[in-house]
Design a protein around this ligand. Structure first.
Ligand SMILES: Cc1cc2nc3c(=O)[nH]c(=O)nc-3n(C[C@H](O)[C@H](O)[C@H](O)COP(=O)(O)OP(=O)(O)OC[C@H]3O[C@@H](n4cnc5c(N)ncnc54)[C@H](O)[C@@H]3O)c2cc1C
Length: 395
């Protein structure tokens, strides 16, 4: 007996309460894009740990990097951004994180940049002709990110920057022309120095982008350390408020946890579909795998957990888009969806038997890509800290 899904219309019906016809059309176009552009060589890119510049360019041509910039530059809402990231991660989390970072950093520049910086840089960031990386995390630690050691001191009208940044996404592509470097600009040596963000061209003397990290997952996404040695930038390189840069960036990027949760949803959906196909087409003990009740129950768990992750993620996105408080929801969906994605990827790999350990199988890639979801954009402990604070605790 062939297994036939009762519902295969997920693209249109999964979250009817928060999607407009425009959202549904956007999701369908994303599904077409990911199936034709990403699926064919996703396994090879990951196995070879290869950042494919052509794919990055095609994502720019398709308008993916500009989803959250202001409308005059072609932007949309967070639900659209989350749908896009979910669809990308359903096949290729490396592509999803590349888009997420560029989208978030472009949006950050649109929010904090001067009119001149926006006019000069946003058009290129939206099309992907130019990439902007965000250099916040340092070798001494990312959770306590306000404790910044990289130092910028005034010299005439210029600033001179010294320090190091670690694990910086999209920082070494041929299109990466700027890094938004967060540096201490006062109260040096304290745990909470004054901080300012600087737009640093990657070709400035003293900027050294180190070799890409070999990674467990997100293997075809670009991640490097950055070293800054007497890097001189002019006064108009400052982005956002002087001396309050970190606080402003953190406050603005609260929403960025939601697309990361959407990445977890997409990865979970990918695992669910891959496992459904696998158990539909394999036999053991004289009958199809899907006729064993424990296999059917395993699929039930994958579906239930994926649904749960999706609901809390789009609840947070909907609240952000409709002007409701969403800080607690953003931390909850990031923490819970990332955890569920790891559980789902583990079980999906398990249900594939030995194939779930083989690199050319999508569930193996999803299993490796799931891990970082509990780390990037704030670890699970940091999300707990934020949730506890939203409950009134002085955590
Ligand atoms: C692939 C990848 C891409 C990244 N891209 C970027 C980027 O583009 N830009 C950027 O600036 N950063 C980036 N990061 C950095 C990322 O934000 C940090 O890795 C993350 O915030 C955690 O910081 P850390 O690695 O220094 O760990 P640490 O902060 O040292 O944490 C180590 C452990 O201690 C726990 N911990 C820390 N504080 C507490 C506490 N108060 N209570 C309980 N437990 C605690 C953490 O949860 C974690 O388990 C990236 C990271 C990765 C892996």
């Amino acid at each position: 007996m062939t297994l036939k899904p009762v519902r295969d219309d997920l693209v249109d019906t999964a979250i009817p309460w928060c999607l407009t016809d425009e959202h549904r059309a956007w999701r369908r176009s994303m599904r077409d894009f990911t199936e034709t552009v990403l699926r064919p060589a996703a396994a090879e890119r990951s196995i070879e740990a290869r950042v494919d510049v052509k794919i990055l360019q095609r994502m720019g041509e398709a308008g993916l990097y500009g989803v959250l910039v202001p409308e005059e530059f072609g932007g949309a809402d967070l639900t659209s951004a989350s749908l896009m990231i979910e669809e990308l991660a359903r096949i290729d989390s490396s592509a999803a994180t590349t888009v997420h970072v560029q989208m978030a950093n472009a949006s950050l520049l649109a929010e904090l940049g001067t009119d001149e910086q926006r006019a000069r840089l946003l058009p290129g960031l939206v099309t992907g002709e130019s990439f902007l990386a965000l250099g916040l995390t340092e070798p001494s630690g990312g959770s306590d990110a306000g404790n910044i050691a990289t130092k910028a001191v005034r010299d005439g009208s210029d600033w001179v920057i010294n320090g190091a940044k670690q694990f910086i996404s999209n920082s070494g592509t041929p299109m990466t022309h700027h890094i938004l470097v967060v540096a201490a600009t006062g109260d040096f040596g304290t745990r909470r120095p004054r901080t300012t963000a600087f737009l640093v061209p990657t070709d400035s003397p003293g900027v050294d982008v180190g070799p890409s990290y070999p990674k467990l997952g997100w293997r075809s996404a670009d991640t490097h350390p950055i070293y800054l040695s007497d890097v001189r930038v002019p006064a108009d390189a400052v982005v956002g408020p002087q001396d309050k840069g970190y606080a402003k960036i953190l406050q603005y990027l609260t929403w960025a946890r939601i697309p990361v949760a959407a990445m977890a949803v997409g990865l979970a959906q990918g695992c669910l579909e891959e496992t459904w196909h696998f158990v539909s087409n394999r036999e053991s003990f004289g009958k199809p795998l899907h006729e064993h009740q424990s296999v059917a129950f395993g699929m039930s768990d994958l579906a239930a957990l994926t649904h749960t992750a999706r609901m809390i993620t789009y609840d947070a996105a909907w609240k952000k888009d409709h002007g409701h408080p969403f800080d607690q929801e953003a931390a909850i969906c990031k923490m819970v969806a990332a955890d569920l994605a790891n559980k789902i990827a583990y079980q999906a790999s398990e249900m594939h038997g030995g194939y779930g350990f083989m690199d050319e199988y999508a569930v193996t890639r999803h299993y490796r890509d799931a891990k970082v979801l509990t780390i990037g954009e704030g670890t699970a402990a940091v999300q707990r800290l934020l949730i506890a604070r939203s409950l009134g605790f002085k955590a």
